[in-house]
Design a binder for this molecule. Structure first.
Ligand SMILES: C[S@@+](CC[C@H](N)C(=O)[O-])C[C@H]1O[C@@H](n2cnc3c(N)ncnc32)[C@H](O)[C@@H]1O
Length: 312
């Protein structure tokens, strides 16, 4: 059976400790690094005498001491180094995966996420809806997954302050991202109860790679919106758009520079359909629209519009 990378590292460490006279891991590795800089010939001779390649030592073995603990634990468990994508590692996400009995499959998924399905590269997405999804105005799971995939890097942070039953938060966590969700009326234990205007008390500014904003549709909002009491019916839609602009003001601050926001909307079907104001509301917050997708249920009864914008 071939030796694991961790076994090789243990041998390297023992040799390094004996060569440098340093007992601790960090101290021995630091001493080897110093010698590699200060006395190159001596370092190369030592590497050769131990039977390693110089690149292997300098690119891999000398870095192990500095890896986050979950990466070291992964190596300790014999996971192959070549399968670890250090750029994609988020220590917290990795630690959670390692806590599970099926940790290996979970870690595999973190480093080799399922490729985006073919349909997600098309401008119009089709999905299967259900009466329950319709009632909750919730996203179908594959749609939530595709939105996460196209807006958030592996290991990045997704924030969903109107998370409802938490489809986006779950899709993000299952695909190697960190995710946090809240809602005025959460429908899952994963989701924190909070009004979006309190978001800044829960999430630090400029931390999110992706902000998902999925407000109630105009129809459901107008049933309960108190701000409509004094407003003539002809101005109700304008009041709804003010509500959307307010949400972007409340939540936009959590985005990192260059982070993405997905504004998810379903304009009313009766009368005129206004899409431009959603783009305008994003623009007013300094968010640049970069893509637009439309998702239509296979029965044709439901549609969601996704405005994908980026902060500068
Ligand atoms: C369209 S649903 C979101 C559905 C969600 N994406 C899902 O897949 O389950 C809109 C959500 O916004 C929430 N909401 C409405 N006003 C809110 C507010 N001021 N702060 C936080 N959440 C709010 C509602 O409770 C509702 O769950």
């Amino acid at each position: 059976m071939s030796r694991s990378f961790w076994d090789s590292y243990q041998t390297f460490l023992a040799e390094a400790q004996s060569w440098t006279g340093e007992a601790g891991e960090q101290a021995a590795v630091e001493a080897v690094r110093r010698r590699a800089r200060q006395n190159r010939a001596e370092f190369l001779a030592w590497v050769k005498s131990c039977g390693w390649g110089t690149a292997y030592v300098e690119r891999h073995l000398l870095y192990v001491a500095g890896h986050p603990e979950p990466v070291r634990e992964l190596l300790r468990r014999g996971y192959p180094l070549r399968r670890i994508s250090l750029r994609a590692v988020n220590p917290e996400v990795l630690e959670q995966a390692l806590a599970h009995r099926d940790w290996r499959a979970r870690v595999d998924r973190l480093f080799q996420p399922a490729p985006l399905p073919e349909w997600a590269s098309r401008p119009v997405w089709l999905f299967d809806s259900t009466p329950e999804l319709r009632r909750l105005e919730a996203l179908a799971v594959p749609i939530a997954g595709a939105l996460v995939e196209i807006t958030c890097p592996l290991g990045g942070l997704v924030i969903d302050p109107m998370a409802g039953q938490g489809s986006i938060v779950r899709a993000a966590r299952e695909s190697g991202r960190q995710a946090w969700g809240s809602d005025l009326r959460p429908r899952s234990p994963d989701i924190v109860r909070a009004d979006i205007s309190e978001l800044c008390h829960h999430v630090q500014s400029h931390t999110a790679d992706a902000l998902m904003l999925h407000p109630p549709t105009f129809e459901s909002w107008s049933v309960t919106a108190q701000e409509l009491c004094e407003v003539p019916a002809s101005e109700h839609y304008a009041a709804y758009l003010d509500f959307i602009a307010g949400l972007l003001r409340d939540a936009g601050d959590v985005l990192k520079p260059g982070g993405k926001v997905v504004l998810i909307a379903r304009p009313p079907r009766r009368g005129q359909v206004y899409l431009a104001p959603f783009e305008l509301a994003l623009g007013e917050q300094g968010l640049r629209l970069m893509a637009y997708r439309l998702a239509v249920s296979r029965d044709g009864r439901e549609d969601w519009h996704f405005f994908i914008a980026q902060s500068s």
